[in-house]
Write a protein that binds this ligand. Sequence first.
Ligand SMILES: NC(=O)c1ccc[n+]([C@@H]2O[C@H](COP(=O)([O-])OP(=O)(O)OC[C@H]3O[C@@H](n4cnc5c(N)ncnc54)[C@H](O)[C@@H]3O)[C@@H](O)[C@H]2O)c1
Length: 251
Amino acid sequence: MAARLAGKVALVTGAGGGLGRAFCRALAAEGAAVVASDRDLAAAEATAAACGGLAVALDVTGEAAWIAALDQVMDRFGRLDVLVNNAGIVILKSIEDTTIEEWRLTLGVNLDGVFLGCKHAIPRMKATGGSIVNVSSVSGLVGGHNLAAYNASKGGVRLLTKSVALHCARAGYGIRCNSVHPSFVNTPMVDGMLAGARDPARARQRLAEQTPIGRIAETDDITPLVVYLASDESRFVTGAEMVVDGGLTAG
Ligand SMILES: NC(=O)c1ccc[n+]([C@@H]2O[C@H](COP(=O)([O-])OP(=O)(O)OC[C@H]3O[C@@H](n4cnc5c(N)ncnc54)[C@H](O)[C@@H]3O)[C@@H](O)[C@H]2O)c1
């Protein structure tokens, strides 16, 4: 059977982290040429080494950095078929405790980063068509008392995605754009969130108990959805919010 992503070039942001690295491996396993980008170049290089891809330094908050990274992809491969806007950060604070600096930092990475990625990838994708996958969260669908900036950023990604999808459809570019909404995934981000808890082991257990399926996700619970959205199998899917949360938001 032919690889599902043969001939496609995929750029993943935040590719040095838990989900980003898993996405790169999964995309490469289906035949894509992968560009692993991260603000931490060493981490991106480790991912690229693991999946035979190219590593690129990219802090998603910078417009010039985006243009340089995308130009590097076009120079090297001559095309861009898939963009996975995955880079993200979380600060566990309520509206009262969040400083304006923390708000701007979170919105800068999680929302400005996705805006810039979509804005500058589209002109480079439109000759060949493509798929943009924006990594939101269940926190883009439902609120949390201590997730003020994260909720705002991930909710913004959800609706920005729909606007991008509708623009590209109307323009006839053949570019689809969808958001994915995972619940807790076993990555360094969740390790960091739990590290601040009084009893991290108990807090991890509670996250599992809150999830109807009874455990938090592993990265490879999420990767098949991203591979599907990257592939032509999802050719009629655009502007969709794809929930992969073990039933967390079903009740
Ligand atoms: N882990 C979860 O439970 C979970 C759940 C839902 C959604 N998400 C989302 O999935 C995405 C990946 O999360 P993860 O769990 O793999 O986190 P992670 O902390 O393991 O990895 C995040 C990566 O993003 C990079 N990064 C941070 N700021 C950056 C910037 N300005 N420019 C470029 N790269 C930057 C980091 O260097 C890191 O490699 C995030 O958008 C996150 O919000 C995670």
